[in-house]
Design a protein around this ligand. Structure first.
Ligand SMILES: Cc1cc2nc3c(=O)[nH]c(=O)nc-3n(C[C@H](O)[C@H](O)[C@H](O)COP(=O)(O)OP(=O)(O)OC[C@H]3O[C@@H](n4cnc5c(N)ncnc54)[C@H](O)[C@@H]3O)c2cc1C
Length: 136
């Protein structure tokens, strides 16, 4: 029988506090954003962090901005935000298209592009329908 596995979840509203906790717990900690990958990985024991640092309440991390020809996606930007962003549709159409193809609407509303990249999922770097690659 498998033993019960519980991680401490630390919801924060301050970026500096999150960075301090990451520095303190190092590899024993993982950030949780949308939770669509990490919770499954924990259930399957692929990852077993002792501490989950919940960054979803930290303000200012969910913006899409453009400066000097570069589009910046904040760490809490979801796939639906990218798919619905005029900036991304106009300037990074393959990325917007790929985000539109991820999962179902509920997943796209919750799952972040950053989390997808950390998991190293290939979906957001490629779009079959658009037929092009886009650098991220
Ligand atoms: C039903 C279902 C369907 C799916 N369909 C698809 C699909 O079609 N295509 C596809 O590509 N994926 C799909 N996924 C996978 C998943 O939704 C994505 O990989 C998602 O984008 C992960 O983002 P998240 O915010 O949920 O990440 P989380 O689960 O919160 O985190 C994922 C990883 O990234 C780390 N992390 C998150 N944010 C940060 C940060 N800011 N800094 C450092 N580390 C960070 C976490 O510690 C964790 O290791 C699906 C998942 C489900 C459950």
């Amino acid at each position: 029988m498998r033993s019960t596995y519980v991680a401490h979840v630390l919801p924060l509203d301050d970026l500096d506090a999150a960075l301090e906790l990451l520095a303190e717990h190092r590899e024993a900690a993982r950030i949780i954003a949308g939770g669509t990958d990490i919770l499954i990985e924990m259930e399957r024991r692929i990852r077993t962090p002792r501490v989950l640092i919940d960054i979803t309440r930290i303000p200012g991390l969910d913006g899409i901005t453009q400066k000097d020809g570069t589009i910046h996606l904040g760490p809490l930007v979801t796939h639906n935000q990218v798919a619905g962003s005029a900036t991304c549709v106009q300037e990074a159409y393959p990325l917007a298209c790929a985000c539109w193809q991820v999962g179902a609407p509920q997943i796209r509303n919750r799952a972040t592009v950053a989390g997808n990249l950390i998991t190293a999922s290939r979906q957001t770097t490629r779009s079959h329908r658009c037929g092009r690659w886009t650098p991220v």
